[in-house]
Design a protein around this ligand. Structure first.
Ligand code: ZN
Length: 310
């Protein structure tokens, strides 16, 4: 109880300081949420901030002129691309289930806003009952630990794909990643060690609770999972990073993504997913799609496009 009180006081202090620094009397609301419903599930996305990614995304087979046009539409400005982060919270009649942990305080300064966003939305991290992890990248996993290196969601059970866990635990993981991403392995291992006690392994098609199922969408990482929320014939698919960019991932799924661990597998997954998502008319939530990250897959020419929910 006392730790919690201190934590909130510190939060207010930090928020107040940031507002003063910005020359504003009122802190900007971090809560950029949008809620949709599915049966008796209430599904809300919360912002965790954004990442500035280098625009040097690879597309070895792209026509250079087309490439330039696509990059502009995809939100490139100068050398960087601003990639937003949307974390999904599912409120069921008896649980609060988070999909991914956000980035936490130790990734990059533009991220780690999830706790503040949840708090603005009236959600106490202590009340989160389950967290489903899509994959072990920093913006999805590092938020498992808070400012004090304690569990951010201490009462929750964590659902992790065994394949994903094994990849990050493998002593060879470091070698398989480019040099600038090798600290991802150290960071992932620190978090996994901290959450292991409360962790449950899941695999293809496992149901976490009735109506919430995980399935493999491999390629972005070795064990990447997406989450399907289902009610009758209706569904919402929380994609993690299976489709990351509103232009590239939908219109040019075959182009390699620089952030995919297994680019060929990632491309095959995107193509299969787009066909399925279009056919099923599912609503989708993308971790890095423009806020609030909720939309559908529509036809465009011979391929597909992203349509944000109005
Ligand atoms: Zn990500």
């Amino acid at each position: 109880m006392s730790r919690r009180t201190f934590f909130l006081n510190r939060r207010e202090f930090v928020a107040g300081t940031a507002a003063l620094a910005a020359g504003s009397a009122l802190p900007l609301p971090a809560f950029a949420a949008n809620t949709v419903t599915l049966g008796d599930f209430e599904v809300t996305t919360f912002t965790d901030g954004h990442i500035n990614l280098p625009a040097a995304l690879r597309a070895p087979n792209a026509d250079p002129e087309k490439w330039k046009e696509v990059l502009e539409r995809a939100g490139r400005s100068g050398d960087t691309y601003k990639s937003p982060i949307n974390v999904t919270l599912v409120r069921t009649p008896d649980e609060l289930i988070l999909i991914d942990f956000g980035s936490g305080p130790r990734f990059v300064p533009t991220t780690g806003k999830l706790e503040a966003a949840l708090s603005d939305g009236g959600i106490d991290p202590m009340n989160i009952t389950k967290v489903i992890l899509t994959h072990g990248h920093p913006d999805h996993l590092w938020g498992a630990l808070n400012d004090f290196d304690e569990l951010t969601f201490p009462e929750a059970t964590y659902y992790v794909a065994e394949k994903e866990f094994n990849f990050w635990k493998d002593p060879d993981a470091m070698k398989s990643l480019p040099e600038d991403r090798q600290n991802f392995v150290v960071g992932a291992n620190t978090r996994f060690e901290s959450i292991e006690e409360r962790m449950k392994f899941v695999k293809e098609d496992d149901e976490v609770v009735s109506g919430i199922r995980v399935f493999e969408t491999l390629g972005h990482t070795q064990g990447h999972m997406s989450v399907e929320l289902k009610h009758g014939s209706e569904s919402i698919v929380v994609l993690g990073d299976a489709l990351t960019n509103p232009v590239l991932s939908f219109e040019y799924p075959e182009w390699r993504a620089g952030t995919d661990h297994l680019p060929e597998v990632g491309a095959a997954t995107r193509k299969r997913l787009l066909d399925q998502l279009f056919a099923s008319k599912a609503r989708i939530i993308g971790y890095h799609l423009p806020p609030p990250g909720i939309g559908t897959v529509v036809k465009k020419g011979a391929g597909y496009a992203y349509e944000a929910l109005a």
